[in-house]
Design a protein around this ligand. Structure first.
Ligand code: NCN
Ligand code: DMD
Length: 339
């Protein structure tokens, strides 16, 4: 059961927003963001987020060996190392915006004996099966991955998180996100396919075909989200779904990233209905799957910069907007006070 965000706080925030020393509605979506932040914090004028914590869920995707990505799977493990040493794109953004960031290996097809063992503490398996040909993982693995995500959220909340971000790292994962989104929403492959890391027209044709084949293979598996994850998911996306679901159950808001995070949110909403009001969308990705998933969740993205990096980068880039929105609502004068 998910308790909805506070209606009283939302009403009080809306009233204050309407009374601020601005023309009515002049803050646009920043005003709506302020009202959302009040509702999820349960206060009319909450402090801006000061303990933002992001987790990058890494994993390999068997489908990557079938011509759907512009890069080889070897990049996934290399990027885990880049996160561990603080030199990935999102590492830079997280330092800039005072966001705590950690990377976790849920399903990379390799090991990291020289890195902090905590990175692999939730590892479920090594890579996935190519899901247009066979189930990505077992039911038990899918279940354990969702539980791992919930345990990770609990750790971040215990560490004091007032806003959570999930990021992804996995070559091939835009195909997985697209298939999951299409299966949940009943959409054809052409509606959810995107160029991911930058595939050419031939790559796009192959990727569309792979998505279409996977969808036909999983068409009777959509009733149970765990079964669907085992058919066409991955441990990293299943864990991110469990993470989002657990955050919402604990009343901790989540700022969504791109196509993979939003697909995970869609699955989380099916696992535990009532998740969506606890979410805000950091940015609009270049992937059609994300646009459809956001629409279903009733979310409008904050930024639209043409970003397609993943890693939680779009969400971390939007963190200053949440802080600005909260401060505008709490610190600005009312029109009645200046007239
Ligand atoms: O988050 C997004 O919307 C997004 C869009 C395009 C690419 N990515 C990142 O690029 C990788 C997946 O791209 P691909 O082409 O290998 O499926 C993966 O590591 C993602 O983090 C992420
Ligand atoms: C270099 C590189 C970095 C990434 N970060 C997220 N996805 C990525 C894909 C590639 C190829």
């Amino acid at each position: 059961m998910i308790t909805p965000p506070s209606q009283d706080a939302r009403t009080a925030a809306r009233d204050r927003l309407a009374a601020l020393a601005i023309p009515t509605g002049a803050l646009g979506r920043l005003g709506e963001l302020a009202v959302w932040w009040s509702s999820v914090r349960g206060e009319a004028t909450p402090a801006p987020p000061s303990h933002v914590r992001a987790v990058v869920f890494a994993g390999d995707h068997g489908v990557a060996a079938h011509g759907v990505s512009a890069y080889p799977s070897a990049v996934t493990g290399a990027m885990v190392r880049a996160f561990a040493s603080g030199v990935a794109g999102t590492s830079v953004l997280a330092r800039q915006h005072d966001v705590h960031l950690r990377v976790l290996d849920l399903g990379v097809d390799g090991d990291f004996p020289d890195l902090d063992p905590a990175i692999g503490a939730y590892k479920i398996r090594r890579g996935t099966e190519p899901f247009h040909l066979a189930d990505a993982m077992t039911l038990d693995e899918a279940r354990r991955a969702v539980e791992a995500g919930a345990a990770i959220a609990a750790e971040e909340i215990a560490a004091g998180a007032d806003l959570l971000i999930g990021g992804d790292m996995g070559i091939g994962d835009t195909t997985t996100a697209a298939v999951l989104t299409a299966a949940v929403l009943g959409l054809p492959a052409v509606e959810v396919v995107g160029r991911g890391t930058g595939i050419d027209d031939e790559g796009l044709r192959v990727k569309t075909e792979v998505i279409d084949t996977a969808l036909r293979r999983a068409q009777d598996r959509t009733a149970d989200p765990i079964d669907l994850l085992s058919a066409i998911g991955s441990p990293d996306i299943a864990a991110q779904a469990g993470f989002i679901s657990a955050a919402a159950q604990a009343g901790v808001p989540v700022l969504l990233d791109g196509a993979i995070a939003t697909a995970a949110a869609l699955v989380a909403e099916r696992l535990t209905p009532g998740v969506a009001p606890w979410l805000a969308a950091g940015h609009r990705s270049t992937e059609g799957a994300q646009w459809h998933a956001l629409k279903d969740l009733g979310l409008e993205p904050l930024l639209d910069l043409g970003m397609r990096l993943g890693e939680g980068s779009g969400a971390v880039t939007a963190v200053p907007l949440v802080r600005s929105a909260a401060l505008l609502l709490s610190d600005m004068a009312l029109l009645s006070e200046i007239l």
